[in-house]
Write a protein that binds this ligand. Sequence first.
Ligand code: NDP
Length: 308
Amino acid sequence: MTFLYKADPARGAVWAELLAQKMPELPFRIWPDIGDPHAVRFLAAWEPPRDLATQFPNLEILFSTGAGTDQFDFAAIPPALPVVRMVESGIVQGMVEYVTLAVLAQHRDWRTYQAQQRAGTWQAHRVQPASSRRVGVLGLGTLGRAVLERQRSFGFPCAGWSRSPQQLYGVDCHHGPEGLQALLARTDILICLLPLTDSTRGILCQRLFDQLPRGATLINVGRGGHLVQDDLLQALGTGRLGNAVLDVCDPEPLPPGHPFWTHPQVVLTPHIASMTQPETAVDAVVENLRRYRQGLPMVGLVDRTLGY
Ligand code: NDP
């Protein structure tokens, strides 16, 4: 019985060390050193091999090394194979840090002051109270909730949107297509933390931007496929949107010469908002293996009918 890892080998080496301590009875291998393919029962991968079903006929669980599974080709994964995404505290912490940085930079006019410094300008602008800056989050899952909790602590009026009804202390929760309009109408800083599915692809489009207050900020930390790039460029050009912070794009990396690279209203980062941390990820996997063996539901089990 083998646990196979197929992602960044440097982080894989840390997984190997940690799993050896926490589950010494479970042999661990790093791709491409797969050993006997019939022995592979558990696979943790960012991108599984195409011929998964034939290559590893005895596979029992496919773990994603990331929080999302949109990079998986579900058509090539046996329907009965449990797919588990990564739910671990390191990813949550990183995302909260990144979004807080982006929200506070916007709230406190950070880019204006950077530009003023370069121009040798000493000019103060009025500090707006947090209570006047309305934050809205698309996605009330593990990450959306943690992000909202932190933003709420600064005093920003907070709202969130999900597929099914959710409740979160101090957050105005909306759901479903009819709830989206209400969320957008009251949102100055919009954060996308949705999974990329057939229902959410292209959601960040002109129709959505038109429902935000003029000059709103977009922070996309979901996936590049959520955004219709030309619509964003147009919305920034007309002043419908004021700024955008994009941690994800499609494709990654963007091709040289793409307008986002040099756009004065766009901050672009290379998909680093948060990263799976081996120390906490291994704990999450060990806990899920324990649950699996005891017949308990695993944390992060993907509902294949919903795609997340
Ligand atoms: P979860 O699965 O925990 O939460 C997803 C949320 O989105 C849920 O609230 C869900 O609603 C909602 N949702 C899904 N589909 C729809 C829909 N059609 N309409 C309205 N709401 C919808 O995911 P996480 O919070 O763990 O992660 C979210 C995403 O963040 C990941 O899928 C990934 O794409 C991205 N991510 C980005 C990273 C980065 O570095 N940039 C790092 C990690 C993740 P409901 O509550 O009703 O189920």
